[in-house]
Design a protein around this ligand. Structure first.
Ligand code: ATP
Ligand code: MG
Length: 593
């Protein structure tokens, strides 16, 4: 092959694209579908200081997108410049990108949309004349004066009319509308100060006045009943502030799931953060259902890079791990609040600030009976066949010794405890509550070291089946930590010489047998998962049952023990330990309201 032939071919292979084609290709990154154009236009309006935005769509945005704002507007020169690529009023240098607080910073969105649609922009600055610009496929076809108020209206007709390849990939109007609505809702949740109206195919779809809180915004979008499903999360971990609304565990799975996440005021997608938040629900909901989560993450600007995704739908965290832990912690903390317990009816009148007698308050575990002596109860040394315990390491943490106000408690059907609060009636399931208490004590023991056990006067032999024998072998160490002193004794038999004694009614041998039976066939990936499973199983087998009559002192001990747990309102199987009825709800049912 001659040298000149190779040159010809190379010249034929590489050529600079005409700018219109290059613009269309670049536009493909920014504007994927109507929803992405809508997002860019609404964000431009917000950056222009708009307090009211009206969005009009036809066919999910396929045939028309119109975004009208009352922001600062543009004069004629600015308007023409805004259509040029890389023309922006928002940053001046690359250094400005760190900590950029406007939604826009690239000067890409308007020219990108212009290059793939028929565009009309009318804009006026305060006290200035209005300008109307028409653009088709990126070329300005008409500039004229127009009378209008301060602000901007951008109308995008026939998106992708000149890019058949893109047009072919657009979905039907219904699914484009769904994507558009999702994006508009994300903006509305981010910017609750905004008044937003959305009209689709001539019908009003959203009318949102400015909202004073996330809950009020949620009520505006999805209705008041939906807003009541949530509890507030608010937590600061070092420089990271997490707040928002998370779904009450008892309600999870009973309505469409909604996910919203923002980072420093930008709506983003982030599967890792959502997973971190979900992992906080561990043991409070049954596996397989997933909670609605509306979370805002605020952190120092230099801890996050916002310029990593063409549609700005994702950000990059410099220390993702610690932010995921902060999210998990914030959600876990919210799930520890009494308001996270289940409600009969709605939670409408419940005060979201914990009251002084709140179940979430750290408390002293010592219970005095009416004579002022420590009560014999669920946590005291057992007066039975076992030798007395030396210390009570299975009792909750005593670090905080403020006394707790225990309200008068009533046992119902030997199954539930009932008491009243300022805001309503609270019912506790005695078995679930005890299970939660024991679970956390056992986890504590498994994480921090062994519990003292009580030597049996007569060691007992248990005969196990092969599967239980396997379960014993794989949990032997953890069982020892919990206080079961057990040795293999040939075949499938084991000898039990000491057992834990978490409460006087505890039947250790039966608990051990039932636990091994329940753990057969388990193949858990990590020690942590095995520990959690073992603690939950032993807690379930060891806890008092429904049908057990409790003394006043035992009920008080249960109340106090539950208050000392991290998740008092939830048992370990995804069920509620507490159900509440507000006075408001009762009054309504009795026709008093
Ligand atoms: N609704 C509007 N009101 C006032 N000015 C606007 C409006 N929309 C766009 N502009 C001006 O036009 C410029 C270009 O907008 P464009 O969306 O293309 O880029 P950007 O917002 O700066 O960055 P990005 O590409 O990241 O969105 C903006 O910087 C802004 O000055
Ligand atoms: Mg923009």
């Amino acid at each position: 092959m001659s040298a000149s032939g190779a040159e010809v071919r190379r010249a034929a292979r590489i050529a600079v694209l005409p700018s219109a084609v290059a613009d269309q290709i670049a536009a493909g990154e920014v504007v994927e579908r109507p929803a992405s154009a809508i997002k860019e236009l609404v964000e431009n309006a917000l950056d222009a200081g708009a307090t009211t935005i009206e969005v009009t769509l036809e066919e999910g945005g396929r045939s028309l997108i119109r975004v009208s704002d009352d922001g600062c507007g543009m004069d004629r020169d600015e308007l023409l410049l805004a259509l040029e690529r890389h023309a922006t009023s928002k940053i001046r240098s690359a250094a400005d990108l760190v900590g950029v607080t406007s939604f826009g910073f690239r000067g890409e969105a308007l020219p990108a949309i212009a290059s793939v649609s028929r565009l009309e922009i009318a804009s006026a600055i305060e006290g200035g004349d209005g300008t109307l610009v028409r653009v088709a496929g990126g070329s300005v076809t008409d500039v004229s004066q127009t009378a209008r108020r301060t602000g901007t209206t951008v109308s995008v007709g026939q998106l992708f009319y000149n890019v058949p390849a893109r047009l072919k990939f657009l979905r039907g109007a219904r699914s484009e509308w769904r994507a558009a609505a999702e994006s508009l809702i994300a903006t509305a949740l981010c910017r609750r100060d905004l008044r937003l109206g959305v009209t689709h195919d001539g019908k009003s779809a959203l009318t949102l006045p400015p909202a004073s809180s996330m809950r009020a915004r949620v009520a505006g979008i999805w209705g008041g009943a939906f807003a009541e499903r949530f509890i507030e999360a608010d937590d600061v971990s070092g420089p990271v502030h997490i707040c928002g609304l998370v779904e009450r565990p008892a309600d999870v799975g009973t309505a469409s799931r909604r996910i919203f996440l923002s980072v420093n005021g930008r709506p983003v997608r982030d599967a890792g953060m959502v997973r971190a938040a979900e992992s906080a629900y561990r043991s409070t909901i049954v596996p397989g259902v997933r909670p609605s989560l509306l979370l805002e993450i605020v952190l120092p600007a230099d801890a996050v890079d916002v310029n990593v995704h063409p549609a700005k739908a994702e950000v990059r965290f410099h220390d993702r791990w610690s932010i995921e832990r902060a999210v998990e912690r914030a959600v876990r903390k919210a799930l520890g609040e009494p308001s996270s317990a289940a409600f009969v009816g709605g939670a409408r009148s419940w005060t979201y600030t914990p009251s002084p007698a709140s179940l979430a308050q750290p408390v002293d575990v010592e219970v005095l009976d009416s004579r002022g002596a420590p009560a014999e109860g669920l946590f005291s040394a057992p007066p039975n066949a076992y030798a007395p315990a030396t210390t009570d390491a299975l009792a909750p943490d005593r670090a905080d010794s403020r006394p707790v106000d225990v309200p008068p408690l009533v046992q119902l059907r030997r199954t539930y405890l009932m008491f009243e609060r300022n805001d309503g009636v609270v019912l506790i399931d005695q078995h679930s509550a005890h299970e939660r208490i024991l679970f956390e004590q056992f986890m504590n023991v498994l994480e921090r070291g062994a519990a003292p056990s009580q030597r049996l006067l007569f060691p007992a032999t248990l005969h196990l089946g092969p599967a239980e024998g396997d379960a014993f072998e794989s949990n032997r160490e953890a069982l020892t930590l919990l206080g079961f002193e057990v040795e293999p004794f040939g075949g499938h038999s084991i000898i039990v010489s000491a057992v834990p004694m978490p409460h006087p009614r505890f039947d250790a041998l039966r608990c051990l047998r039932d636990t091994l039976d329940a753990l057969t066939g388990d193949r858990l990936p990590s020690t942590a998962a095995r520990h959690e499973r073992l603690a939950a199983t032993v807690a379930c087998k060891a806890a008092i049952k429904g049908g057990d009559t409790l003394s006043q002192a035992e009920m008080q001990a249960l109340y106090i023990g539950l208050a000392a747990t991290t998740l008092p309102a939830h048992d370990v199987h995804g069920r509620s330990t507490i159900v509440q009825i507000t006075w408001d709800e009762l009054d309504r049912r009795f026709g008093r309201k």
